[in-house]
Design a protein. Structure first.
Length: 276
């Protein structure tokens, strides 16, 4: 069952592999990926001239934060259109979101790469290398997947994983439904906590700037909170996503997902938070 227009962006904000728009390559960068050098060359490199995990994390975090801002602004425009009585078909909404997401990412990534003095090919190589050793670089994996999940949920387009190709076993229908309830409840709890914090600070939830700030703060913690809730049930985020994809056409699963989204929206509305 496809989500309604009013919940597409909300779901994206709550989720939030590699999403590098590999279209242009810089020259003259001072930093090199160890994944793109021979052993002999790497031995002659100063470690400070190689792309480090902190570089990758900082770049993806900055891109994620920027795309959250783009998304928040776009959601306000879409909401205004809907309030005027004009409904946007689901397919058209997805196309708009994808076009704006791609445009926003391309507009920002060049500046981010230049700021961190990295070459796009070298960054891609270093990121691949770290994702292949995800146990050693868990923060890199988290930063990359957060941007990927955001893109997938906004556009509906699946991004190929850049880490090692490990088989992902889907959950049973019953386990999927139980996990979905746990996941949505965790996200709703996270949103509630942020809303209560803003309420105590006397902020006006109807103020677009406040609403945008709330969504940004929520998005910064939502993915980790949702993943932790699933982990407590012995379920990985990848397995959960694969299971939703497998069972989403089942009427009972679709009905539950729609119910959970409506429940989430109602709770947000109780705090004066408008659905994005």
């Amino acid at each position: 069952m496809p989500p309604s227009n009013s919940t597409v962006i909300l779901a994206a904000a709550g989720s939030a592999a590699l999403l590098l728009a590999a279209r242009r390559v810089y020259s003259g960068s001072n930093k090199t990926s160890s994944a793109l050098t021979t052993t002999a060359r790497t031995e002659n490199l100063d470690p400070e001239d190689c792309i480090q995990a902190d570089d990758v994390i900082a770049i993806f975090d900055e891109l994620f934060t920027h795309m959250q801002m783009v998304l928040a602004q776009l959601s306000q425009q879409i909401q205004q259109i809907q309030m005027s009585g004009q409904m946007i078909p689901e397919k058209q909404l997805r196309e708009i979101l994808k076009a704006e997401f791609d445009r926003g990412l391309l507009a920002k990534q060049d500046a981010v790469y230049e700021k961190h003095d990295v070459d796009e090919d070298c960054l891609r190589g270093a990121t691949f290398e770290m994702l292949e050793n995800e146990e050693e670089y868990p923060k890199v994996k988290r930063a990359v997947e957060r941007l990927q999940v955001l893109y997938e949920n906004v556009t509906g387009v699946k991004v190929a994983s850049c880490g090692p190709n490990k088989p992902i076993e889907a959950l049973s229908k019953e386990k999927t439904m139980d996990s979905a309830t746990v996941y949505f409840d965790a996200l709703t709890g996270a949103m509630r906590a942020v809303a209560q914090k803003f309420e105590k600070e006397g902020l006006n939830m109807k103020d677009p700037a406040v609403a945008q700030k709330l969504q940004m703060e929520f998005a910064a913690v939502a993915n980790d909170i949702g993943e932790a809730a699933l982990k407590d049930r012995g379920v990985t985020l990848d397995s959960f996503k694969a299971s939703i994809e497998k069972h989403q056409e089942d009427p009972e699963v679709g009905k539950l997902l729609e119910h959970l989204k409506m429940k989430q929206m109602q709770e947000m509305s109780a705090f004066g938070v408008q659905a994005m």
